[in-house]
Write a protein that binds this ligand. Structure first.
Ligand SMILES: Nc1ncnc2c1ncn2[C@@H]1O[C@H](COP(=O)(O)OP(=O)(O)OP(=O)(O)O)[C@@H](O)[C@H]1O
Length: 364
């Protein structure tokens, strides 16, 4: 059976899932183009793993439809079992079979193929992750990073339409994580597999994705390119969950945005508007300069290596954060003038919702 829009590698339409009283996934709509990498981020318990389990066929949806490669795999009266879904799975703990060597682990999902083709696929998948030379080893003879790459090879060997990765790098240490992440992305690109990657790591969510989805309480709050989600969050939750965000009361008058730090920016298209708003500022948008006459003071600094995060307490008591380059360390107590970097177009909020245009009543 074909779904509408059969070209999608994965499509969820109105998918709902309860566990008893917990509404884990709510009327979820999501689709992935072939070869697209989607990262999913959200607070603990927001339904990320449930989403993967519904796609994998490890759970049945209560309502809605799931299609993989244009084929409906779950809806009210249809349920295709996991092994027949053309979906690859990679979990945090690798889940390799300890009693099978690497080659046999990778061959696991290829049982239906003739022996020669199976061997060729195993070799191809292991070459893809750079582990062709370890086919005879057992999982306990591999490092954590190698085990994770074997898990990826096993998931990719059957050439699935979509690969699901649940916190795939979280058991690896920081240095190894960056490397295995890069290798994984390269392997996905080479095979052209679409992928859904669940992660807790903001940098990973931003840097791996073609598109990124932010979930809360079973709902996708925003999905878009990493730059869209980071630079144009649709609401306060997305703004604060995906990156550091501070907020100040502000006012727009004739397209000029001002707040207690003075002029913030112009707001193109807001001529003739007179409106109280809130402005969101990210630390890279906030500039500092030592100014003995200022009532704003550096309250705390955090050394991050390449950059130093300065927390500045304004006269109102509100705090703004500012990234300063490695060499800049304003000591605690330094009076600083705070401004917004030229060219910034900060997000404006009304209540918890980001504004894309002035409300009709605000234009004179
Ligand atoms: N088998 C289950 N039985 C009952 N409740 C469940 C079950 N699986 C998940 N839940 C609940 O459903 C909600 C969503 O869980 P899920 O594991 O999808 O969240 P998550 O976003 O992956 O969380 P985490 O980031 O902590 O892994 C949570 O409230 C969780 O407690």
């Amino acid at each position: 059976m074909s779904a509408p829009g059969a070209d999608a590698a994965l499509r969820l339409e109105g998918v709902d899932k309860h566990y008893g009283r917990v509404h884990a996934v709510r009327a979820l709509d999501l689709s992935l183009a072939p070869g697209e990498v989607l990262t999913v981020i959200g607070p603990s318990g927001c339904g990320k793993s449930s989403l993967l389990r519904l796609v994998a066929g490890l759970e049945r949806p209560d309502a809605g439809r799931v299609s993989v490669g244009g084929v409906v795999v779950a809806e009210q009266r249809r349920f295709v079992p996991p092994e027949a879904r053309h979906v690859g799975l990679v979990f945090q703990d690798h889940a390799l079979f300890p009693h099978l060597d690497v080659g046999r682990n990778v061959a696991f999902g290829l049982a239906g193929l003739p022996r020669a083709e199976r061997a060729a696929r195993v070799a191809e998948a292991l070459a893809l992750v750079g582990l062709g030379h370890l086919a005879g080893r057992h999982p306990h003879e591999l490092s954590g990073g190698e085990q994770q790459r074997v898990a990826l090879a096993r998931a990719l060997a059957p050439r699935p339409a979509v690969v699901l990765l649940d916190e795939p790098f979280s058991s690896l240490d920081e240095n190894l994580r960056a490397q295995v992440r890069g290798d994984t992305l390269a392997a996905l690109r080479e095979t052209g597999s679409a992928a859904v990657v669940v992660t807790h790591d903001q940098a990973e969510a931003l840097s791996m994705a073609d598109r990124l989805a932010v979930m809360r309480a079973g709902v996708v709050e925003q999905v878009g390119s990493p730059a869209e989600v980071y630079e144009r969050p649709v609401n306060r939750f997305v703004a604060t969950f995906m990156g550091e965000a501070d907020f100040l009361p502000a006012h727009v008058h004739d397209a000029l945005l001002t707040s207690e730090i003075g002029a913030v920016s112009t707001v193109p298209g807001w001529g003739g508007v007179d409106l109280d708003v809130e402005v969101m500022l990210r630390p890279h948008e906030v500039a500092l300069g030592v100014d003995p006459t200022s009532t704003s003071r550096v309250e705390r600094t955090e050394y991050h290596g390449g950059f130093v995060l300065h927390h500045v307490r304004l006269a109102s008591g509100r705090v703004l954060r500012s990234w300063q380059q490695h060499g800049v360390r304003h000591p605690v107590g330094t009076p600083v003038a705070v401004s917004v970097v030229p060219g910034a177009r900060p997000v404006l909020l009304s209540g918890d919702v980001a504004m894309t245009e002035p409300p009709p009543g605000a234009v004179r």
